[in-house]
Design a protein around this ligand. Structure first.
Ligand code: SF4
Length: 233
């Protein structure tokens, strides 16, 4: 089947039929930042960090399929500032205390804040009061750090395919909930996988939080997106 030709920030790219802009960008060595996307999970388009411009419209790169001749704008000042503002919004909406967080150095939100050189957010801090809850024998849910990406809802399943997590309530009260009986049956391996899928320190497998010291973790070694060509000026 013929490849689809399109451009991202002027770079000529090729996509397989059915590929999303995000998938095709990755295949062509172009980084599009994202938080809710996770390899192997159905895209949700919920965080909007991957928003790109096509013509005069804005779309989530993780859900929008590529079309022949598409002209995609990605690393341009207004979109980059929009992404930075989303990161800032997520920081003020929860309680993200990086120096004490078990996920520091492995956290994608923190890594993006570094990428966008976030200092003082442009929005006021909300300081919400939220719970920390045990999820079965091996996991903790730290609601203060949850960014509602829904990766756990899509990705944490029992061996017979039942979803352990769900999203409940709406607007400012929206939160992640879980089925206690299903959570009780999650193995230690499943708990570790859930922790790895969570982009922040909201899902933590018990007893391994500081096994790898801060300073030697994933984004301590290489900034997020550094495996791609850097188009920022
Ligand atoms: S617990 Fe983690 S994976 Fe689940 S919605 Fe919150 S941030 Fe996303």
């Amino acid at each position: 089947m013929n490849k689809i030709k399109f451009t991202i920030d002027g770079k000529e790219c090729f996509a397989e039929p059915g590929q999303t802009i995000m998938e095709a960008a990755k295949a062509n060595g172009v980084y599009i930042p994202a938080l809710c996307r996770y390899e192997g999970l159905k895209p949700a388009g919920s965080c909007r960090v991957c928003t790109v411009r096509v013509g005069r419209g804005h779309m989530a790169a993780c859900t929008q399929p590529v079309a022949e001749g598409m002209v995609v704008e990605n690393i341009v000042p207004d979109l980059e500032d929009m992404r930075k503002s989303l990161i800032e919004m997520l920081f003020v909406e929860g309680n993200h205390l990086c120096p004490t967080c078990q996920k520091s150095g492995n956290c994608e939100l923190q890594a993006l804040a570094y990428r966008y050189q976030m200092l003082v957010p442009r929005f006021p801090y909300q300081f919400p009061v939220r719970q920390v809850e045990p999820v079965g024998p091996h996991l903790l849910l730290e609601q203060n750090r949850c960014i509602q990406c829904l990766r756990c809802v899509r990705g944490v399943k029992t061996t017979d395919g039942k979803a352990v997590f769900g999203s409940v309530k709406r607007s400012g009260k929206k939160k992640i909930a879980f089925d206690r009986d299903l959570a009780a049956g999650l193995s230690a391996d499943a708990a570790k996988k859930a922790m790895d899928q969570c982009p922040v320190g909201a899902l933590l497998k018990k007893e391994i939080g500081f096994m790898v010291p801060i300073g030697k973790r994933k984004f301590d070694q290489k900034p997020i997106g550094s495996e791609f060509e850097d188009k920022r000026s």
